[in-house]
Ligand binder design. Structure first.
Ligand SMILES: Nc1ncnc2c1ncn2[C@@H]1O[C@H](COP(=O)(O)OP(=O)(O)OP(=O)(O)O)[C@@H](O)[C@H]1O
Ligand SMILES: [Mg+2]
Length: 334
C-alpha cells in the first residue's frame, strides 16, 4: 500500500509554515516572492526574497502575495506553495502525492477558499482540506474542540486577528479583523514620525515592537536607540525611544483587538460564555507575543487569558493534526 504523507500548511501573511506528520514544523519562511516584472520570472522565494524587500532595482519587485490573509496574487501564491512543499518534503513527492490541509482566515470568502484549494492541488497535492484558521489555532493550542464546551481562541497574526468561540468542532461565533501584528509596526512608524520627526522602515518598527514594545506598563521603562531619517533635515538621525512610548503608540490598534473580543463575547450564547469564563481565553499567533497583551485583555474582559505554548506554530500544528482529527472522527462514527 502506498504511504501518503500528511502535511499541514499555515499560509500566513507574514510567514508560511509547513508541518509534516511525525516530524513537526519542518519549514518556516517569510511569505515573500521576488519577481522580474518585465519577464514575470520568479527571482527568489521566502527568506531570500525577504532580504530584497525595499532593496530591489526597478525591474525586480518583492511582494507579499498574501497580504491581509487572502490571496492577492493567485499565480504567485501557487508557485510559492509548490516551492515550499518541495522544499519541505523533497522532490520525491511526485511519486506519492501528499494529502495537504491548508488553513485560511475565518473571514475568507468561498472564492478565496477555492483559490487556495486550487493552488494547493496545482502545487501537487492528492487531496486538499481547507480549514479555517481559528479551528487550526485551537487544535494547535491543545484544546479538545470536539467537546460540547465553549472555548475562545484569539489568533493575532501579521495581517489578521481572528476571534472565535468554538464548540463541538465548529465555530459558533467569530469575527476577523484586518488589524494585527503588522499594524502594530505601522502604528510605531506613525508615532516616530509624529513624535520624533523620524522616518523609520517597517523592519525597524518590528524590531522596536519585539525588543521593547508593550501594551501594558512594563515594570521597568526600557529604552532603545533607533536610527532613521530626520524628516526636517533629510539626514540620518538617532533617537532613543522607551517602552512607555510604545504603549502610547500601540494604544489605538490594541483597542481594536480588545473591541473585537468584546463583540464576540457579546454574541456568545450564555452557556458557552460561562465555559469561557471558567476556562479562559487562549491567544495564538505571533502578535500574541507582544509584551503585556495577556494582562491587558484580562483587565478589559475580566477573563483569565493565556498564550498557547508555541504561539507562532499553533496554526501549522493544528492544520497538520486536522487530518488525523478528521480520520479519528470518521472512525468513531463508523
Ligand atoms: N516576540 C514578538 N513580539 C511581538 N510580535 C511578534 C513577536 N514575534 C513575532 N511577532 C509578530 O507576529 C506577527 C506574525 O505572526 P504570525 O506568524 O502568527 O502571522 P501569520 O500567521 O503569518 O499572519 P496571518 O495569520 O495574519 O495570516 C508579525 O507581525 C510579527 O512582527
Ligand atoms: Mg496565522
Amino acid at each position: 500500500m502506498a504511504v501518503t504523507s500528511d502535511i499541514g500548511i499555515d499560509l500566513g501573511t507574514a510567514s508560511v509554515l509547513v508541518y509534516v506528520k511525525g516530524k513537526g514544523v519542518v519549514l518556516k519562511e517569510p511569505s515573500v516572492v521576488a519577481y522580474d516584472k518585465d519577464t514575470d520570472k520568479i527571482k527568489a522565494i521566502g527568506e531570500e526574497a525577504r532580504q530584497m524587500l525595499g532593496r530591489t532595482p526597478g525591474n525586480i519587485i518583492a511582494v507579499r502575495p498574501l497580504r491581509q490573509g487572502v490571496i492577492s496574487s493567485y499565480t504567485i501564491t501557487e508557485k510559492m506553495l509548490k516551492y515550499f512543499i518541495q522544499k519541505a518534503i523533497g522532490k520525491s513527492f511526485f511519486g506519492r502525492r501528499p494529502r495537504i490541509s491548508v488553513c485560511v482566515p475565518s473571514g475568507a470568502t468561498e472564492v478565496e477558499k477555492k483559490a487556495v484549494e486550487d493552488a494547493t492541488l496545482q502545487a501537487g497535492a492528492k487531496d486538499v482540506f481547507v480549514i479555517e484558521e481559528p479551528i487550526a489555532a485551537a487544535i494547535g493550542a491543545g484544546i479538545d474542540i470536539s467537546r460540547p464546551c465553549g472555548n475562545m481562541v484569539v489568533d493575532i497574526g501579521g495581517g489578521t486577528t481572528d476571534v472565535a468561540v468554538i464548540s463541538l468542532s465548529g465555530i459558533v461565533v467569530s469575527t476577523s479583523i484586518k488589524t494585527a501584528g503588522d499594524d502594530f509596526d505601522d502604528a510605531i512608524v506613525r508615532f516616530m514620525r509624529k513624535r520624533h520627526n523620524l522616518l523609520i522602515g517597517e523592519r525597524t518598527a518590528e524590531e522596536i515592537k519585539i525588543k521593547i514594545g508593550t501594551c501594558y506598563k512594563r515594570p521597568e521603562n526600557i529604552t532603545m536607540e533607533v536610527r532613521g531619517r530626520n524628516l526636517v533635515t533629510g539626514l540620518p538621525k538617532v533617537v532613543t525611544i522607551s517602552s512607555d512610548e510604545t504603549e502610547e503608540a500601540l494604544r489605538e490598534v490594541i483597542a481594536q483587538i480588545v473591541d473585537a473580543i468584546h463583540s464576540v463575547l457579546e454574541r456568545t450564547p450564555p452557556e458557552l460564555a460561562a465555559d469561557i469564563a471558567d476556562r479562559g481565553i487562549v491567544l495564538t499567533g505571533g502578535g500574541a507575543l507582544l509584551h503585556g497583551l495577556e494582562e491587558l485583555i484580562e483587565e478589559n474582559t475580566g477573563i483569565t487569558t493565556m498564550t498557547a505554548e508555541e504561539p507562532l506554530n499553533a496554526v501549522a500544528i493544528g492544520t497538520g493534526r486536522y487530518i488525523e482529527f478528521l480520520i479519528s472522527k470518521n472512525e468513531e462514527r463508523q
